[in-house]
Design a protein around this ligand. Structure first.
Ligand code: FAD
Length: 287
């Protein structure tokens, strides 16, 4: 439970952090809240020789409205998301989800940037980012580029981040007024990662689903967009038969690992139930 030795660096700008990461190479890792990285270091599953702490960089924190988008700095903590009036008004699904991540201590330190950049299939925010159409601002030696969340996740702990690149901000289009939303997460106990979870954002018109996006957490090596399941519900009033069909379409793309949270068939089965519950609750909330 004691990490290996490492050197600590605290740059004051994104440019300095990028230079440090490039100069120090593969043995250097950015440090945000440390609540994923430090446990891995204590287990010696990660043995970085250099930590580049992002806390000294002004401008990586904060939540602001930019026209039709909400822009969230990478070093904004999960606690700050929960406390934000702007998020409560524009993106309440982020608060519903942040509230079921870990515990208050972890949420005080853990950052949205660390949560989405980590690439752990158990992180809850990435599936949300995919259904909300978010994009990530990545900054490296060649400048800045924006990558859609739906293109970012390539495998467990493999993302579109290039060596030396930092995720500096997340930009999320504000969903339509009156949208319905829900994040349903089955976990073994408070503070645990998901056995299975489903995120839904939808709009209703005349009692029928007009638009719908469904995301899945910890049901594959990467977060998943359940596109066929969403197609099943569009144009329907979400009757029991449709919900069953949508759950089956979502289950068809799930490929969870068998682990301490249960065997594959169990996790897929409860994954389908999370989809049904999230659709039902989102529809009930839609204005
Ligand atoms: P760090 O741990 O500092 O970094 C994580 C990884 O991302 C590292 O590889 C780091 O180099 C990289 N990184 C961080 N920031 C950046 C950046 N800006 N640009 C590029 N790379 C970056 N999470 C959940 O989603 N759901 C849970 O249920 C959950 N339960 C938890 C329970 C416990 C007991 C603990 C300790 C953690 C739990 N977490 C959970 C993880 C927690 O949410 C983490 O804080 C979060 O995943 C990572 O954020 P961080 O700021 O701590 O990142």
């Amino acid at each position: 439970m004691i990490p290996g030795p490492f050197s600590y660096h605290r740059p004051a700008t994104v440019a300095d952090a990028v230079t440090l990461l490039l100069t120090l190479g593969d043995e250097a890792r950015p440090l945000a809240g440390g609540h994923s990285l430090v446990p891995m270091m204590k287990l010696r599953l990660a043995i970085p020789e250099h930590l580049v702490d992002l806390h000294g960089i002004d401008g990586l924190k904060g939540i602001r409205r930019d026209g039709s988008h909400i822009v969230i700095g990478a070093m904004t903590t999960l606690h700050q998301l929960l406390a934000s009036d702007e998020i409560a008004k524009s993106l309440p699904i982020l608060q519903e989800t942040a509230a079921v991540i870990a515990d208050p201590q972890v949420r005080y330190r853990g950052t949205i940037g660390g949560n989405v950049a980590n690439g752990d299939p158990g992180n809850d925010m990435p599936a949300l980012m995919m259904i909300l159409g978010a994009s990530y601002r990545l900054e490296g030696k060649s400048g800045a580029r924006d990558v859609a969340a739906s293109e970012f996740y390539q495998g467990a702990y493999f993302t579109a981040l290039e060596p030396g690149e930092l995720l500096t901000a997340i930009s999320i289009p504000v969903p339509a007024a009156g949208h319905g939303y829900a994040y349903e997460k089955l976990k073994r106990k408070v503070g645990d990662y998901a056995t299975a979870a489903a995120a839904v954002v939808l709009t209703m018109a005349g009692g029928k689903v007009a638009t719908c996006k469904i995301g899945l957490t910890n049901l594959s090596e990467t977060p998943l967009l359940a596109e066929d399941a969403a197609k099943v519900v569009i144009g329907t009033g979400l009757d029991a038969a449709t919900l069953k069909k949508a759950a089956a379409a979502a289950v068809a793309i799930m490929a969870p690992a068998a682990d301490a949270r249960g065997p594959v068939e169990y996790r897929k089965h409860v994954g389908g139930i999370m989809v049904t519950r999230a659709l039902t609750r989102a529809a009930a909330k839609a204005g």
